[in-house]
Ligand binder design. Structure first.
Ligand SMILES: [Zn+2]
Length: 301
């Protein structure tokens, strides 16, 4: 048993909480200093599925090509489509309650694009300085390198596009947004300030800007602290069971069984997702998909 009076116990308890945060890097409201460790990232589509009171993550079986709407290949996409059809019918029938219910259900279930990077999150601190022009004292947010979290950074498609913007040349002027960044490599080991806040017109806060720091910082990280992201988009073959649970075709006890299985389940490598690198070439390849890949707020329900 741990004792409050024991410094050793307190330290152990504190580090236990630190590690239980997992290695997921969260973009929180305000300034987030994040460093991308490499250009490679994994990408795919994810269904967030509510089973009982637990939300679980399932990779869309349609892969990247499925665009999050692979009704033929993916049981969960097919279920989302069924819900969309019910909503459409309810609309025709003028049943507003049912329209709303299935609108919400369909939106929750639809697969969302997601990109995962190996990254570091630094702390943020306020630094007192002077305005270069006026000489007046001013405060600014700077990275705190005393606080380092190594983990996986997950970005939505809209957020990833903001990263791409940093390496996008203005075709008329030939200038990049920042003169010290012209390609994906320039983004690596450089603290990037992800500013998340709520726009007056919006209900939720979202990523507004990404501002890179002029200098890069290289951290020496122990190998085992660097997350393995290679299996992020491997899919499991239990999607039909989830659909059965959703439709009430499976018994409640299946839920427990399902959770246990989740740990043992054999991963099947999806051939449809692969590594991408932030280079101008791949960026263009992904941009040309923009018309097809929908942003979170562009769900057609
Ligand atoms: Zn799917």
């Amino acid at each position: 048993m741990a004792k409050l009076s024991s410094a050793e116990d307190r330290q152990e308890a504190e580090s236990a909480v630190d590690s239980s945060k997992g290695n997921i890097i969260k973009i929180e409201d305000g300034h987030n200093w994040i460093i991308l460790l490499e250009e490679d990232f994994e990408q795919g589509f994810i269904h967030w599925v509510l089973i009982g009171d637990k939300t679980t993550r399932r990779v869309c079986a349609g892969g990247l090509e499925g665009n999050g709407w692979a009704v033929d290949e993916c049981d969960l996409c097919s279920l989302a489509k069924d819900q969309y059809d019910i909503k459409k019918q309810a609309k025709t029938d003028g049943d507003k309650g049912l329209v709303k219910e299935y609108n919400d259900k369909g939106n929750q279930l639809r697969a969302n694009y997601c990109a995962i990077f190996k990254a570091i999150k630094l702390g943020t601190k306020l630094k007192q300085g002077k305005n270069k022009k006026t000489g007046k004292p001013m405060k600014r947010y700077v990275p705190d390198i005393e606080s380092v979290q190594v983990g996986k950074l997950s970005l939505t498609h809209a957020q990833l596009k903001k990263v791409f913007k940093l390496i996008e040349v203005d075709e008329e002027t030939g200038d990049y947004p920042f003169d010290f960044i012209s390609n994906g490599e320039d983004l690596i080991n450089r603290p990037l300030d992800f500013l998340k806040k709520k726009d007056d017109k919006k209900l939720y806060s979202e990523l507004q800007t990404i501002t890179p720091m002029k200098k890069t910082i290289e951290f020496e990280i122990v190998e085992e602290d660097i997350p393995d992201i290679s299996e992020e988009f491997e899919f499991t073959d239990d999607l039909d069971k989830i659909v059965a649970l959703y439709n009430g075709e499976a018994e409640a006890e299946d839920e427990g069984e399902y959770e246990e299985q989740e740990l043992e389940v054999e991963h099947k490598k999806t051939e449809k997702t692969g590594k991408k690198t932030i280079t101008a070439k791949n960026k263009t390849a992904l941009s040309s998909k923009d018309a097809e890949i929908l942003d979170d707020d562009e769900i057609p329900f």
